[in-house]
Design a protein around this ligand. Sequence first.
Ligand code: HEM
Length: 401
Amino acid sequence: MSAPVLDPYDHQLQVDPYPTYARLRRESPLYHNAENDFWVLSRHADIAAALRADEAYSNRMGVSLDATAWNEHAHTVMSFLALDPPEQTRLRRLVSRGFTARRVALLEPQIQRITAHYLDQALAGGGTSSFDWIARVAGTVPMDVISEMLGVPESDRSELRRLADLLVAREHGIRDVPAAGIEASLVLFDYYRAHVAQRHRRPTDDLTSALLSTELEGDRMTDDEVVAFLFLMVVAGNETTTKLLGNALYHLTARPALRDEVLDDPSLVPAWVEETLRYDASTQFVARYLAEDVLLHGVTAPAGSPLLLALGSANRDEAVFAEPDRYDLHRPPKELAQILSFGGGRHFCLGANLARLEARVVLSALLARVRAIEVDHTGCTRFYSANVRGFATVPVTVEVR
Ligand code: HEM
């Protein structure tokens, strides 16, 4: 049998990467893709350790293989996702107060209002309604929640959603950054620059104003750092949450007995969210650059190499999860605590609480409004991306209560 090959840009792999991950975990746990010269870790234990060993595994070059191409557009890498300590530590401390569990929980009524707005529109006909879950709900709520937090006026929000979608639309090879995405990022930067200037003049109670006024031991963020952070929220928090909402509906409805169980018992929603995060993580990989040689399983990856941590593979590692390829809403908390979909260590997702809350609110609101849900699984189209996993369209038919 030939050696396993992992090319995250291969559409064939993106249809179902899990058998390839399983072979890598077994046969080549520190895998080298010789053609494109990058390395991959696929076992849970190795990835969990690498996420914490940030001196050897640097974020400095950006967080995906094509981040090297994005790096040529300097404005996109000013955020701390692409920094190491001590700069990352400083900026993360300055913003983290806006993302504590308590602060995020206070957003629930706003998330409910935004969700109700889009569900009202999608279900307006009453009776039986058919619509694209991504276009009408999953693809709209996350960006509007970010806009709400930042204090972006409602009249600008649909344009910001359009720009955010352009950032992620891509059909390209490893170093090929789409012009429309670069253009959209520049427009978003200009927008946020103007928004920050406005909040300087007239502060409100939004997150933008809070970021501008936060002071820790005499230290503040510069305006450029605040702008870069607002942009980072979009890059990190929009598409990922949209894909989580799409994956959740897709996988649940593919199992009618489970779907009926959740329709009967909405208290299963948190388990539904967690198992979707594990089973089909919307972020499949994060990238690192090796600051030193790494020797694992008898193989040495040399300093200076790019390396992917295959989070989606870690979540299916049989050493941690019983029957990892089963979508199971009754996993023990001990297992669920091992999910690596939000990364780990110093760069652990700042928006994890927010993403979970959004998913719970949106999915609970859907259950409260419908008595039956069917997805046309053959009509779903995959969103092809080297590290974000999910659907471009999920056609759904529901019976409104
Ligand atoms: C970092 C996943 C939603 C903000 C990360 C990382 C992962 C991740 C894997 C670590 C990257 C690395 O180690 O290099 C996800 C997933 C989400 C989600 C799967 C949804 C299902 C959000 C949301 C926000 C957000 C809603 C905020 C609006 C961030 C930020 C970082 C980050 C700011 C950088 C943290 C740092 O570098 O210190 N996310 N994310 N994320 N995420 Fe999320």
